[in-house]
Structure formats: structure tokens, C-alpha cells
Write a protein that binds this ligand. Structure first.
Ligand code: ZN
Length: 165
């Protein structure tokens, strides 16, 4: 029975359904049907612009974004779907805090909705460090369908891992 590491904490009946879909080799098809649109955010530059655009729309006041990139060394689960690092640098004699967002490169080829989910997640961390209520409210402010998308992104990662086994 697969451990479903991407779905830790979700209710058991739900996990049973997922196991069944995996056993029947149907999870991939279900997701593909629900999320047929891929995105075209391929390069780090495009990812920066994409992230910047969302930030300007919803979080204009928060700390500046220093760097945004895909990272193929990132383990999605270990870093809670991405990383959010505060980088301190000396610039012109002054210490400046800026933010860096890294997105696991598995999202480079993912459905558009999942990239959006992950970027919204990381942007919300600019204001809220923890995965608390305020954090999820902010995510839903940027993407009303956030909770569903996060779950489906976890399903997507589960499916990829299953295929790789
Ligand atoms: Zn997080």
C-alpha cells in the first residue's frame, strides 16, 4: 500500500480513494482531464515575471522580490512545496533584506493551475511564515480555489511519484 507522503494529514477515506485510483492507473487521466491547460512559464526570467505580476496585483506593499527561479535540487515535500528564504545582503554599505523564491522544477512542465498554486503559496510566505489561518486566507485571497488546487497539486505529485516507482 503506497504511503502517499504528499497527502499526509488528509482524512483516511480520501486516501483510500486515491489508493484505488492509483491501483487502477486512473489518477493521471483524472487529473489530465480536470487540468488540460499547461503553462508556458519555462525560463527563470519568465517565472520571475509571472511571480512579479501576481505580487504586484496582491502584495504590492510587501518586501521586494530578489530572485525567482526553478530549482531541480528541491525536494518538494521536504520544503513544504517550495522554499522561502530571507536573504540578507550588504548593498552599498547597507544591509538589505530581500526575498528569494525557488520553485521545484517539476512544476516547469505542470498544469498551469498547479504552478499558480505554488507561486501563490510562496508569495503568501512573504507575509506569513507559518501555515496558519492567516496564511491560508491570504492564499485564498490571491487564488479563490487555492485549497482545491493545493490538494490536486498533491495528487499530481503523488501520481508522478507513483509513475516513477
Ligand atoms: Zn509553505
Amino acid at each position: 500500500m503506497p504511503a502517499l507522503k504528499y497527502l499526509t494529514g488528509y482524512p483516511e477515506p480520501l486516501l483510500q480513494q486515491v489508493r484505488q485510483l492509483l491501483a487502477d492507473d486512473r489518477l493521471g487521466t483524472v487529473l489530465q482531464r480536470r487540468y488540460p491547460d499547461l503553462h508556458e512559464v519555462r525560463s527563470d526570467r519568465q517565472l520571475y515575471d509571472y511571480t512579479r505580476e501576481l505580487k504586484d496585483r496582491f502584495l504590492r506593499q510587501s518586501v521586494p522580490l530578489n530572485k525567482v527561479c526553478y530549482d531541480n535540487r528541491l525536494e518538494v515535500v521536504k520544503h513544504a512545496l517550495g522554499t522561502h528564504t530571507a536573504v540578507s545582503r550588504v548593498q552599498g554599505g547597507r544591509l538589505k533584506a530581500s526575498r528569494e523564491i525557488r520553485v521545484a522544477s517539476v512544476f516547469r512542465q505542470a498544469p498551469a493551475a498547479f504552478l499558480r498554486m505554488i507561486v501563490v503559496h510562496e508569495l503568501a510566505h512573504l507575509k506569513e511564515a507559518e501555515h496558519n489561518k492567516a496564511f491560508y486566507q491570504l492564499c485564498q485571497h490571491m487564488e479563490p480555489d487555492y485549497m482545491q488546487l493545493e490538494f490536486d497539486t498533491r495528487l499530481y505529485l503523488t501520481e508522478l511519484a507513483h509513475r516513477g516507482d
